[in-house]
Design a binder for this molecule. Structure first.
Ligand SMILES: [Zn+2]
Length: 164
């Protein structure tokens, strides 16, 4: 994805209220992010145990989404709907996102099960490591990685539905 500054990220949120925008903190490693190798950015907010954030590029537009983790985490293992990996119950959580615009103001939200630490981007790569002589180039298509990216974009589109 394109390289973003902290103010780019803050300006990208489509479903955050002013209070959330004020409180959201960037991931600790924000300055170390290698944007060329990231399909999207997702992190648990260091400022709030329940809050998560996703920043994804959809049709050339950078969209930030605030998520809220449901409590408590379910006990059974389950599949993450973004990276499609099976996770133990404490490592997958139901996240909900208030929808953008008028729908969100009415209380509409969309929810899905996602890896509890929101590290799908890395998890899918760790689960499908490259062979020793293989390299992964930016822009190269890998169906599992591409699927993870597409599903995160799809989730973002559901948040935005009704606004566009
Ligand atoms: Zn995942």
């Amino acid at each position: 994805m394109r390289a973003l500054t902290e103010s780019d990220v803050r300006a990208s949120f489509v479903n955050a209220d002013p209070e959330e925008l004020r409180l959201i903190e960037m991931p600790h490693d924000f300055l170390l992010i290698d944007w060329d190798f990231r399909d999207f950015l997702a992190w648990r907010d260091p400022a709030s145990s329940k809050r998560g954030c996703v920043v994804v590029e959809v049709d050339g537009r950078v969209m930030g989404i605030v998520l809220r983790a449901a409590d408590p985490a379910r006990a059974r293992s389950g599949m993450c709907n973004i990276c499609h990996l099976m996770q133990p119950g404490n490592q997958v959580a139901l996240f909900s996102a208030r929808r953008a615009g008028a729908a969100g103001a009415r209380g509409d939200s969309v929810g899905t099960y996602i890896c509890a630490d929101l590290t799908c981007h890395d998890n899918v790569r760790l689960a499908h490591p490259l062979a020793p002589n293989e390299i992964r180039l930016p822009g190269q298509i890998d169906s599992r990685l591409d699927g993870t990216k597409r599903r995160m974009e799809g989730f973002a589109k559901r948040v935005l539905e009704g606004l566009v």
